[in-house]
Design a protein around this ligand. Structure first.
Ligand code: PLP
Length: 369
């Protein structure tokens, strides 16, 4: 699904030098490399503050803590996503309220959000699924109307750009109150271990986030808030700083592969190519087909037999996960998500796909071998 070995070979010198520099400095935690990377990423994204933490899940948790949400507060999030979003909501004693998604973009549905708002709703956590922004214009409008906080889960969409009706543009994660991302190795900007970050334009929130990520400490050994211990180490920052320079090039490579797939599968009555959110660019964290004519699982097995990996992201919606069983929800409540989990299939998507590989993958999907 990804080829991190070949990617490393192309930037080996830069990565190795960055890592060596950290080892020579012996500043493994809270070293200057992390501060440098935060500055570079903030300037790339056009956001005031980037605060790095241990992983993307921590970023989401810290975001909700920084917003001062209280047990019982309702947080709206899509039912078709990775589990982390609902997990941190539940861990903090907040109430996850799941909503359906859009069939074309697979992102959170605005109508579904509107229908789910109650007097206890305090925040929305949209997920920019598979690499394109959710409808942020619609989400920010609802947030203003009901005075809700917005935490963007941009773990899959770093670098995607959203255009508002008034002509303003902003990068994924830099629109709501706080944006979160993950640097898990297979993410679009991945390190060589775990990592994550929060983005915000709000100075006071940035200060709270930094404190919470560091045991709630504002002044050394003075703890004003209950916090956690979550930090990016300097070795990972060195890797990320080297890779950030190539992020646009990596995104172009992903878009090239996606365009190849689109062309190969357009008009095929058994497959639907990914739909586009009209106001967002796509950075293709995943290239996800909807298999409508064929049996999805049989196609996946057939691909595996011919050496083509394919994955089902995600096979079970949140409201049907055992740990999140909630009498408010039952099968049939979110028909789009329930249909998607049965038909989605993600193809190999990374920065090193060449034409020969793409051709082989497409021919195999179409049964031409
Ligand atoms: C990867 C991911 C996360 C979690 O990131 P980790 O760094 O693995 O904790 C959260 N949300 C989404 C949508 C993700 O893809």
């Amino acid at each position: 699904m990804v080829d991190l070995k070949s990617q490393y070979q192309h930037i080996k010198e830069d990565i190795d030098a960055g890592i060596q520099e950290v080892i020579d400095s012996a500043a493994f935690v809270k070293g200057k490399k992390v501060a440098e990377f935060q500055e570079h990423l903030a300037s790339y994204l056009g956001v005031k503050h980037v605060i790095c933490v241990g992983n993307g899940t921590d970023a989401l948790q810290i975001a909700l803590m920084a917003l001062g949400l209280k047990p019982g507060d309702e947080v709206i999030t899509p039912t078709f996503t990775f589990i982390a979003t609902a997990e941190v909501v539940a861990l903090l004693g907040l109430t996850p309220v799941v909503v359906d998604v859009d069939w074309e973009t697979m992102n959170i549905s605005i109508d579904s959000i509107r229908r789910s708002i109650t007097p206890r709703t305090k925040a929305i956590v949209p997920v920019h699924l598979f690499g394109q922004c959710a409808n942020m214009e619609g989400i920010m409008e609802i947030a203003r109307e009901y005075n809700l906080k917005v935490v963007e889960d941009a773990c899959q969409a770093i670098g995607a750009e959203y255009s508002f009706a008034d002509g303003r543009t902003a990068k994924a994660g830099c629109i709501g109150d706080i944006g979160c991302t993950s640097f898990f190795p297979s993410k679009n900007l991945g390190c060589y271990g775990d990592g994550g970050a929060l983005f915000t334009n709000d100075d006071a929130l940035a200060a709270r986030i930094s404190a919470i990520a560091n045991h709630g400490m504002v002044e050394r050994y003075h703890h004003d808030l209950i916090g956690v211990n979550s930090r990016l180490d300097s070795l990972q920052a060195a890797v990320l700083d080297a890779k950030l320079k190539h992020l646009d090039e990596y995104t172009s490579a992903r878009r090239g592969a996606a365009a190849y797939y689109d062309k190969a599968f357009a008009g095929n009555e058994n497959l639907l190519i990914p739909g586009h959110e009209p106001h967002s660019t796509h950075v293709y964290h995943q290239y996800t087909l909807r298999v409508i004519g064929w049996d999805r699982d049989a196609l996946k097995d057939k691909l595996a037999q011919h050496g083509v990996p394919a994955m089902v992201y995600y096979p079970v919606p949140l409201h049907l996960q055992k740990a999140y069983h909630d009498p408010r929800y039952k099968e049939g409540d979110f028909p789009v998500a329930e249909r998607l989990v049965k038909c989605v299939l993600s193809l190999p998507m990374h920065t090193e796909l060449d034409e020969e590989q793409l051709e082989y993958i497409c021919r195999t999907v179409k049964g031409e071998w």
